[in-house]
Design a protein around this ligand. Structure first.
Ligand code: NAD
Length: 266
């Protein structure tokens, strides 16, 4: 299905900095009408909104201070978006941390926020609730598609996103809501999430922090800009329920998840 970004309104969580900031920039470069940045970091959020408004001319970006672990704050970001821009078409649930040492917070951000963001999208733009439908992109990771010893709980959260999104991305939900659910799985991307990762491994487990740093360093890296370009391909061309990888600065590609019945060990 082809989706046109021109004139559309988006909300991106965790977009004060990192890859999320570049999603916002790329959406605007591709003709989005307006974008809301929902992030906990006020200083970077306000700076980023200002920078993008200067670059793209006029009032196209707002920052809404949002702790995505607080359901009421996330809902307020949706309401502010709708009140300000008079519409909403694209939701990117992007905020995420790699912090197995604080795994309850990590699950709250990487999993609960993605559930809430998906349900709020259905509530506010679902056809079943009088909306027009649209696109939700949930951010998983290549670590949603493979194991890694260094950060088992992070890996678990990203597998969660893949399963959640593929299930919301079934015909049942599309027919009900008119919303396409798409999954983006970035590979190792140069942001603080990666450069700081070694400080946030589970403690008391031998050389786990080194295992994590070495494991991440063994995979191809890329710039956030590259993932953001892939996001445009995903939104404009991705089929409902599809899962895509953006790795090593290469163009993104769709993955096929094998049917369970084919997985029996030989
Ligand atoms: N960097 C990578 O290599 C990589 C790879 C695969 C997936 N991802 C995923 O991409 C997403 C973005 O990662 P990134 O590398 O840009 O991270 P980052 O650390 O550079 O940026 C994360 C952003 O999320 C915000 N944030 C953190 N906690 C929040 C909260 N409670 N409420 C609202 N905002 C909050 C931060 O302020 C920051 O702006 C995450 O979901 C991450 O898991 C990243």
């Amino acid at each position: 299905m082809v989706f046109d970004i021109k004139g559309k309104i988006a909300l991106v969580t965790g977009a004060s900095s990192g890859i999320g900031f570049h999603y916002v920039k790329e959406l605007l470069s591709n003709g989005a009408k307006a974008v809301t940045i929902a992030d906990i970091d006020v200083t970077k959020g306000e700076e980023s909104a200002k920078k993008l408004n200067n670059e793209f001319g006029g009032n196209k970006v707002i920052f809404v201070r949002t702790d995505v672990t607080k359901a009421d704050e996330l809902e307020a970001a949706f309401k502010t978006t709708l009140n300000t821009w008079k519409g909403l078409d694209i939701v990117i649930n992007n905020a995420g941390i790699m912090n197995d040492a604080n795994w309850e917070l990590q699950i709250a951000i990487n999993c609960n926020h993605v559930v809430n963001g998906s349900l709020l999208a259905i509530k506010y733009i679902g056809k079943n609730n009088g909306g027009k439908g649209g696109v939700v992109v949930n951010i998983a990771s290549i670590l949603g598609l493979q194991e890694l010893a260094g950060c088992p709980i992070y890996v678990g959260t990203k597998h969660f996103v893949v399963g959640l999104d593929r299930s919301f991305g079934t015909p049942f939900f599309y027919n009900l809501t008119g919303i396409q659910f798409l999954t983006m799985c970035p590979g190792v991307t140069h942001t603080p999430l990666i450069s700081e990762a070694g400080h946030f491994a589970l403690p008391g487990l031998g050389n786990l922090a080194k295992e994590l740093v070495d494991g991440l360093a063994s995979m191809p890296g890329q710039k956030p800009e590259s993932v953001a370009k892939g996001m445009i391909t995903l939104i404009t061309q991705g089929e409902n329920g599809s899962v895509w990888v953006a790795e090593g600065g290469e163009p993104i590609y769709e993955v096929t998840i094998p049917q369970r019945q084919t997985l029996r060990k030989k």
